[in-house]
Design a protein around this ligand. Structure first.
Ligand SMILES: O=C([O-])CC(=O)C(=O)O
Ligand SMILES: [Mg+2]
Length: 212
């Protein structure tokens, strides 16, 4: 453990990371809005989970964490499960009065390879998180810090911003917000997003030629 804490109340489940992150990186070059349009305009997270840091562009494979309101023992335990390219997606029960993570734990997570952070709850140390260059999305910001008693889970599917987030699902974020999809659908999403972008470019060219 990063700190000397008893994490016996945290249940940890194994899951497979099957996403081809190179392909996900290609998909993340398209706007989240456009990707969503090709998927029935579904699968986007509650937009009240907003970008907190100035560089929101983010992609990766989900490491799900479930915390009790105002308690981050599960986040500490999750540090040991991070693999490079993981985005930690934390269900903190939508509770915003108490932050579940700050810059200290986030920096430890980045050292383990964490590519981004999404919290259905609050974060703190917002300025330091910005300096870290980490894409962070959260429902709120609060100076009140978390307790560390548990219980919680790491690796089990969680609810976050009205979406089911499974371990190994793909998540992409930009200034508009977040979208989640199964890794098996990334290749199809890439083809569909490319076709949608071509269509939108054709429309723009037509508008511009009509306007001139
Ligand atoms: O104290 C905590 O547990 C949360 C925090 O601010 C940090 O990680 O920097
Ligand atoms: Mg702190």
């Amino acid at each position: 453990m990063f700190m000397d804490l008893d994490a016996s109340s945290i249940r940890v489940a194994a899951f497979d990371r099957t996403a081809d992150l190179g392909q996900v990186e290609q998909l993340a070059k398209f706007p989240v809005a456009l990707i969503g349009d090709t998927r029935g305009r579904m699968g986007m997270m509650d937009p009240r989970i907003r970008p907190i840091t100035p560089k929101p562009l983010m992609f990766g494979s989900i490491l799900p964490v479930w915390c009790r309101e105002g308690d981050n023992l599960a986040v500490h335990r999750a540090l040991e499960e991070i693999r490079p390219g993981d985005v930690m997606v934390i269900n903190a029960m939508g509770e915003v009065t108490r932050a579940i993570i700050g810059a200290l734990i986030a920096e430890a997570a980045v050292i383990h390879g964490m590519a981004g952070l999404v919290v259905d709850g609050s974060i703190r140390d917002a300025e330091e998180l910005a300096e870290l260059g980490l894409p962070v999305y959260a429902r709120g910001v609060s100076p009140a810090g978390p307790y560390k008693s548990g219980p919680g889970t790491v690796g089990e599917s969680v609810a976050c911003g009205s979406l089911v987030c499974r371990g190994g699902d793909v998540i992409i974020g930009d200034a508009d917000g977040l979208i989640v999809l199964p890794p098996s659908e990334v290749a199809g999403a890439l083809t569909a997003a490319s076709a949608q972008q071509d269509y939108e470019e054709t429309m723009k060219t037509r508008f511009r030629s009509q306007g001139s």
